[in-house]
Design a protein around this ligand. Structure first.
Ligand code: PLP
Length: 427
């Protein structure tokens, strides 16, 4: 935990240079690290000593930046990954093996849904998807004896539903499994899920944390609160000896605080190597230094845009939990009292064709698959990310054919609204 407030932690967290050391986080652009004796190396390989030996597993630049994110989230340990996808994959695969089962909210990022429902299913891990608005009983009913985790997204991309974290945490803990949440959209500036009972927090740092469309990356933060030993039979990977490290047992040797991240680094990073480059971690840290300033502005712009859209008669509906009559406003007031995110979605009167036509005329909002960038961008999911689905399927998953996802950047809100206005005028 940082002794400073979150704004100060954004700027100065993680790295405290000593006398005469670089003020900025140094980029350790080195694959390997030198030691005086083989005995020194041996201790690292046995996880008996702390240190670096190969950047496929760990790199000092990455660890300094992970430490900052860990402080921002109020966690016990953290690691960077090469992308948000690898963060979510590692977070789940670290505790679920072939033959296991996971319950996840069905309102999650499309890439994560595919990872879970298609790729991890091929690895023998079954997922049951539940509605984020499901009752405790409905979520409970999805559990099986071999369920190892519950997963959800605080603000879902692109559906913009808000997760009732306490409800999900309650069911997870009652069932003896950790709650894993993806906190990409709110960032720790607007929500710190650990304070509401989440055990593992993941991020696509590609989004607001970098915030400049410059570096793909991910992060996993462990709250260090889940008692693996209490459910030792469920989590043998953490509670029984690992032969590849001379029989150490992660939960015993590293305790509640260190077991999860140490195992993910020592086994998964070692074997899969989805490491973030130190250069990208450096860029990510530049983004983090202004995260608290930028997120506030993204949210102000999004609220102004959402209010403008709400009163526009060429708009059929607006999804933004900051709006008073949004379905998720009450949950947002509880979990996101200072703002939610910069992404708004809305329907254009006239359907699919009108939405496409409208977007063509935007000058500031550029058409991209990206979100959460300093520059405003937008996407028509029906003709891009959700292209394979017909109108009926789109309607079933809440991504309507007329839906535009609009990610408000850091420009002046008046300019964004004027840009939207001129584009509407042309359809
Ligand atoms: C983008 C995104 C991801 C995937 O992250 P990448 O960095 O693109 O791999 C995961 N979760 C959410 C909520 C996202 O928006």
């Amino acid at each position: 935990m940082s002794k400073y407030k979150i704004n100060t932690t954004c700027v100065q967290g993680g790295y405290e240079p000593g006398n005469g050391e670089p003020r900025q986080v140094p980029i350790y652009q080195s694959t390997t690290f030198k030691y005086a004796t083989s005995e020194d190396m041996g201790k690292l390989f046995d996880l008996e000593a702390d240190g670096y030996f190969y950047s496929r597993l760990q790199n000092p630049t990455n660890d300094l930046v992970a430490k900052k994110i860990c402080q921002l989230e109020g966690g016990a340990a953290a690691m960077l990954t090469g992308s948000g996808q690898s963060a979510n994959f590692y977070a789940v695969f670290n505790i679920a093996n072939c033959g296991d089962h996971v319950v996840a909210s069905n309102s999650i990022y499309g890439g994560t849904y595919n990872l879970f429902a298609v790729t991890m299913k091929k690895m023998g891990i079954d997922f049951t998807f539940v509605d984020p608005d499901a009752s405790e009983d409905e979520i409970r009913a999805a559990f099986r004896p071999n369920t190892k985790a519950l997963f959800g997204e605080i603000i879902a991309n692109p559906a913009l539903t808000v997760l009732d974290i306490e409800k999900f945490a309650k069911v997870a803990h009652e069932q003896g499994v950790p709650l894993i949440v993806d906190n990409t959209f709110p960032t720790p500036i607007n929500c710190r899920p650990i304070e509401w009972g989440a055990d593992i927090v993941t991020h696509s740092t590609t989004k607001y944390m970098d915030g400049h469309g410059a570096a793909v990356g991910g992060c996993i933060v462990d709250a260090g609160k889940f008692d693996w030993m209490k459910y030792a039979d469920k989590f043998p990977g953490l509670t029984t000896p690992d032969d590849s490290y001379h029989g150490i047992t992660y939960a015993e040797k590293f305790g509640k605080e260190g077991a999860f991240i140490t195992k993910a680094t020592a086994q998964l990073m070692r074997d899969f190597g989805s490491v973030q480059s130190p250069q990208s971690a450096f860029i990510l840290n530049l983004g983090l230094e202004s995260l608290h300033v930028r997120v506030k502005r993204h949210c102000e712009n999004a609220l102004a845009v959402a209010k403008y859209l709400e009163q526009n008669d060429k708009v059929t509906y607006v999804n933004y939990c900051g709006l008073e009559n949004d379905k998720y406003h009450a949950l947002a007031e509880k979990y996101l009292p200072n703002g939610s995110c910069g992404v708004v979605s809305f329907g254009v009167k006239g359907g699919r064709k009108a939405a496409e036509e409208f977007m063509k005329h935007l000058k500031l909002g550029s058409i991209e698959t990206h979100v959460a960038d300093a520059r405003t961008c937008c996407l028509h999911p029906a003709s891009a990310t959700h292209r394979q689905m017909n109108d009926e399927e789109l309607t079933a998953c809440g991504v309507y054919p007329d839906l535009v996802r609009y990610s408000c950047g850091l420009e002046d809100a008046e300019d964004l609204i004027a840009d939207l206005e001129q584009a509407f005028a042309q359809i």
